[in-house]
Ligand binder design. Structure first.
Ligand code: CTP
Ligand code: MG
Length: 258
């Protein structure tokens, strides 16, 4: 009475993300204007090693991640390939390097376009967050495997946040219009984890300027969820962040020595 195909026999494993392979896309094509003059941010050294290599190692440290796609500065793909060849990286992980674009959003899209078939979970991780612990990476992957289509690591805010009417000129006083309830706000980090098809659709559909990938999925409609972030997953943005990153590395070296 129905044309529906027969259901699969009970021994057939349910298709889904529980067993899906995971790839990480690392946008690393930014200049790092706020960090001040110098090489592109991802190529600057932290503890003597380029920030990008730290970020790649952080993704490859997760046993679930079998491919890392690095989105290099538009004119720096060859340099990044050389960098990967000259640093020790896990052998069980594959690496691809593609040139990036003029915005983070475009760089991520170019990374997604280079992604081969067979990876149904995708992490997007800023090269500028070189010190994210592997437990945070694994928690994001776990949540996608458990069925979420978009997952962001998030932390409560330390500062009270004000909404303002932006001033005409920099440094001018701005009128405060509201103080959102801080207990309802979160600062979000990367890696953000996605069902691949959902993320690709978001990048095809949303054209507004955004600063993270999860907000594109939000605009599309599907539910985005958080997992606990980590203070060491902070983004290196301004010069003081480099001081903090060096201190975190020094503390790790000290702890590893015991
Ligand atoms: N990014 C990218 N392509 C761009 C711009 C940014 O791949 N056209 C990447 C950066 O390399 C970084 C991440 O997106 O890893 C987060 O961006 P951000 O911290 O803003 O880095 P930059 O854009 O390099 O810094 P700034 O905004 O200070 O210039
Ligand atoms: Mg930027």
């Amino acid at each position: 009475m129905s044309d529906d195909p027969l259901p699969p026999p009970p021994s057939t494993p349910a298709p889904g993300r529980a067993t899906a392979r995971t790839a990480a896309v690392i946008p690393a094509a930014g200049r790092g204007v706020r960090l001040g003059p110098g090489a592109p941010k991802a190529l600057r050294a932290l503890g003597g090693t380029p920030m990008l290599i730290h970020a790649i190692r952080a993704m490859a440290a997760s046993r679930a991640v079998s491919l890392v796609v690095v989105v290099a500065p538009p004119d720096g793909a060859a340099e990044v390939r050389t960098l990967l060849d000259s640093h020790a990286l896990p052998e069980r992980t594959d690496f691809l390097v593609v040139p990036g674009g003029g915005s983070r959003q475009e760089s991520v899209r170019l990374g997604l376009e280079a992604l081969p078939p067979g990876y149904d979970i995708v992490l997007v991780h800023d090269a500028a967050r070189p010190l994210v612990p592997v437990d945070t990476v694994d928690a994001v992957i776990e949540a996608v495997r458990d069925g979420a289509v978009a997952v962001v690591p998030a932390l409560p805010l330390a500062d009270t946040v004000k909404q303002v009417e932006p001033a005409g000129a920099p440094g001018e006083p701005e009128r405060v219009v509201a103080t959102p309830d801080r207990s309802l706000l979160r600062a979000v980090q990367t890696p953000q984890g996605f069902d691949r098809a959902t993320l690709v659709r978001a990048h095809e559909t949303v054209t507004d300027d955004v600063t993270d990938d999860a907000s594109m999925v939000e605009q599309l409609g599907p539910t985005v969820v958080t997992v606990p972030g980590h203070e060491e997953a902070f983004k290196v943005t301004r010069p003081l962040d480099l001081v903090l990153a060096e201190a975190v590395l020094a503390r790790r070296r000290l702890n590893d020595g015991f």
